[in-house]
Design a protein around this ligand. Structure first.
Ligand code: PHE
Length: 333
């Protein structure tokens, strides 16, 4: 018998063993009273005299080796048993369930405010044509916003929308007024990432077109919005602004919710913070679409900006870094 092959087979079998029972079977098979190795030891007597000592020495060393391996295996199996033992009285660990992103949560909150005021939610494409993003919005070809430095252009001449305002045109082309819509989505500008800029950001656009809409309607709507988001006592202010597609144009500011107008680091000592751009839809836009007898107002806000003010976050990048510790704060469940 080839003693080496015998030893290798025995080793493989011991290695494969998974339970105490299997281990005992292997032990009996090789080392038992009628086991294979015992037989080998007995048959040594049949060998020529001069070969007997060497064969005996090898067989005994195999025997010791296998006994050692079986002992080690026994210890391994014991160890596994203690690892498997569970304390059923320990409290369970609550699995973490994914949550909505804070920008989604706040975006929905903003939309809900306008839905309660009778606005419907519509969507527009993120890849836009030059026409909808600029031309139709009174932004002429030499306007700086069209600069390659500011806008991401695609090879085919289309672009990543720089604002949600093109939705105004798309909706008015398909539906005649009166109408009240809001539209939320991603916008893109070629900004470098820094605490207050991001090349991707989220805007919410609003448009109300009807007869006899005035700046008073715009102010009233936006003031109500600000109170709903920042609290009943928040003071708002409107300053003149400029956008090519609104006339007149304005910016809405709110009293800094942290210092209540006293001046602090959040509002950079100004006491007031700008939250959005707005205005009456430029009459030339409505005229081109065939709605000269109508007028309306539009507004656009950055959701990140509203979130940063509402939650006192000083770095816009936090919204995009997927830091769970940051994200989980907004969804305590
Ligand atoms: N689209 C403008 C911006 O991105 C905001 C705006 C929207 C202004 C609608 C007026 C009316 O800054």
């Amino acid at each position: 018998m080839n003693l080496n092959a015998f030893r290798e087979n025995a080793k493989i079998e011991i290695e494969k063993v998974k339970t105490d029972g299997e281990l005992e079977k292997v032990r009996v098979k090789y080392l038992g009273r009628k086991g294979n190795l015992t037989e080998v030891l007995h048959s040594i007597g049949d060998l020529p005299k001069e070969e007997r000592p060497e064969a005996g020495r090898i067989a005994n060393s195999i025997k010791r080796e296998l006994e050692e391996l079986i002992k080690e295996k026994k210890e391994i199996l014991e160890e596994k048993k203690t690892l498997l033992w569970k304390d059923l009285t320990l409290p369970g660990r609550k699995p973490f369930i994914g949550t909505l992103h804070p920008l989604t949560v706040l975006g929905e909150e903003v939309q809900d405010i306008f839905i309660r005021m009778g606005f419907s939610v519509v969507e527009g494409p993120e890849i836009e044509t030059d026409y909808y993003n600029f031309t139709a919005l009174n932004t002429p070809p030499d306007h700086p916003a069209r600069d390659l430095q500011d806008t991401f252009y695609l090879k085919d001449g289309r672009l990543l929308r720089t604002q949600t305002s093109p939705v105004q045109i798309r909706i008015l082309e398909k539906h005649s007024p009166p109408l009240r819509i809001i539209s939320s989505g991603k916008c893109y500008r070629m900004d470098t990432f820094d605490p207050s800029h991001s090349p991707t950001f989220t805007q919410i656009e609003g448009l109300w077109v009807d007869k006899n809409i005035s700046m008073a309607d715009l102010f009233g709507t936006l003031e109500l919005f600000a109170k709903e988001i920042f609290g009943e006592n928040i003071k708002t202010e409107f300053l003149p602004g400029y956008f090519p597609f609104t006339e007149p144009s304005c910016e809405q500011l709110i009293q800094c919710p942290f210092c209540l107008g006293e001046g602090c680091s959040v509002c950079k000592k100004k006491g007031m913070i700008e939250i959005l751009g707005a205005g009456l839809v430029h009459p030339s836009i409505l005229k081109k679409l065939g709605y000269s007898e109508f007028n309306g107002f539009a507004f656009g806000m950055g959701v990140e900006r509203i979130a940063m003010i509402k939650y006192n976050i000083d770095d816009i990048r936090l919204f995009y870094q997927n830091e769970l510790q940051f994200l989980r704060q907004f969804n305590e469940s």
